[in-house]
Write a protein that binds this ligand. Sequence first.
Ligand code: S3P
Length: 447
Amino acid sequence: MSGHATPEPMTARRSGPLKGRAEVPGDKSISHRALIFGAMAVGETKITGLLEGQDVLDTAKAMRAFGAEVTQHGPGSWTVHGVGVGGFSEPADVIDCGNSGTGVRLIMGTMATTPITATFTGDASLRKRPMGRVTDPLSLFGARAYGRQGGRLPMTIVGAADPVPVRYALPVASAQVKSAVLLAGLNAPGETVVIEKEPTRDHSERMLLGFGAKLSVEKTAEGHVITLTGRPELKPQTVAVPRDPSSAAFPVCAALIVEGSDILVPGVSQNLTRNGLYLTLVEMGADIEFQNPREEGGEPVADLRVRASNLKGVEVPPERAPSMIDEYPILSVVAAFAEGRTVMRGVKELRVKESDRIDAMARGLEACGVRIEEDEDTLIVHGLGAGGVPGGAVAKTHLDHRIAMSFLVCGMASKSAVGVDDASPILTSFPIFEGLMKDLGADLSRG
Ligand code: S3P
């Protein structure tokens, strides 16, 4: 579970130039999937570079509860003895996914076409988030869901005894929903088809192919048509988890706005379904060199050399949102240090993340002296230029790791200190954030 019983306030003060090398942990999306696909394979999957954040640890625990053998051998080094597609056994207790929407939604999909019953819950943030987007398509396979009003957790899923394959056009651009449907489709006979209008992160598709599933992706006028053949025997794999571009965003953005900074962030994914922030930063005038492009763990990566930059506001194209959906909070901080307005439209999905991220960023930035405009689907930040943000506020993090890290980065470049009321959620995705940022020279302190 994330979010300690007692909140852990943290404060960031205007910092000297950030210097050095920032090795960020493994990718959260790929880490969840490595454990889940490993549990669906027959035999032993070996994982290196697994993110040991609380979200992923909760998924590891859940995989054990469904019968897989999950073992840690050393830092980031894990094995999963899978039970095979359709081999999940019924868990003896409630599955607690902590803070993780990805964990709960992907696991619901995985068990929904097996004749077992499981009850899911999570922390106060996860219990507010909508699950109907996943249980709607799962019901088409024959699964039943009984949750709280508005499709909220705790929720019990009764898996389909006799699942049928499904053809489903995603009503929201969501890799979690896409992946839940594909995972359910694994144990349905015949072909399950998912159609996505806008491409979202494609780790499930890449990894399913890696584990030996039969899957094809066709680009049509309707969008991407993903076809999965059910009931494959998944073969155990060796998965080297690449570093997380969403975590890399924090040191990268901090270096851009803290005067005199010059850092290297190695192995940042250039996967086109994840790199929207980096395209946007370059358009804003960021001094980022993409060095040594190569493949790591099946993903295109590069080493990023980042120097402090004078930035200008931009309009972020709405169709870019899925490729940077987790990066809008930190982009809105960078935007506050740019000259002119940064306009982010088509971002209403931010309202159903770990917190309402439009509201959390708007209120916190306003408290730091930044002018904001917002509506249901839009966030506009009026930049104050390099070094121009007054700061001097304590932001509420609402059990949201990315809000906490964004405001701490804000404090590193603001005139006065910026605090967060609770930094403990950072442990869900970036457990080494505090040490890594301090090693670069950030002035962070507890309290
Ligand atoms: C994720 C998908 C995204 C993202 C989340 C991770 C995934 O969520 O925000 O952090 O691993 O599939 P949505 O599917 O809700 O867009």
